[in-house]
Design a protein around this ligand. Structure first.
Ligand SMILES: [Zn+2]
Length: 97
C-alpha cells in the first residue's frame, strides 16, 4: 500500500512569446505552433567580463534572428539546410538578402 499526501503545487505554463528585439508577440493558446518561430537564448558572463556574474536570457522572433545572423562575418554551423530558401552569403563572401 502506498501512502500519499496532497500538495497544492504552483505550476508555470508557457502561454506566449515576445521578441525582445522587435516586440512581436504570439499567444500559444491561440496557435500551438506560433512558438516555433521564436528562439530562446541564454548566456552567462564570467570573470573578466564587464558583465561578470550576470546571466542574460532573451527570445528573438525568426525574422530578428535571421537579420542578426546576416550580420555575421562567419556563417554559423547548421545554416544551409534551407539554402534554397535563404541566401546568407554572396560569392565574394559578403552578406546578401
Ligand atoms: Zn523580432
Amino acid at each position: 500500500m502506498r501512502k500519499y499526501i496532497e500538495r497544492n503545487v504552483k505550476q508555470r505554463e508557457l502561454v506566449g512569446f515576445t521578441c525582445n528585439k522587435c516586440g512581436k508577440s504570439v499567444d500559444l493558446t491561440e496557435d500551438d505552433f506560433a512558438g516555433n518561430l521564436f528562439h530562446s537564448f541564454k548566456t552567462s558572463f564570467h570573470y573578466g567580463s564587464a558583465f561578470d556574474m550576470e546571466t542574460w536570457e532573451f527570445d528573438l522572433c525568426e525574422d530578428c534572428l535571421l537579420d542578426f545572423v546576416k550580420t555575421f562575418k562567419v556563417e554559423p554551423d547548421g545554416v544551409g539546410i534551407e539554402r534554397d530558401r535563404f541566401v546568407f552569403y554572396d560569392l565574394e563572401g559578403g552578406l546578401s538578402e
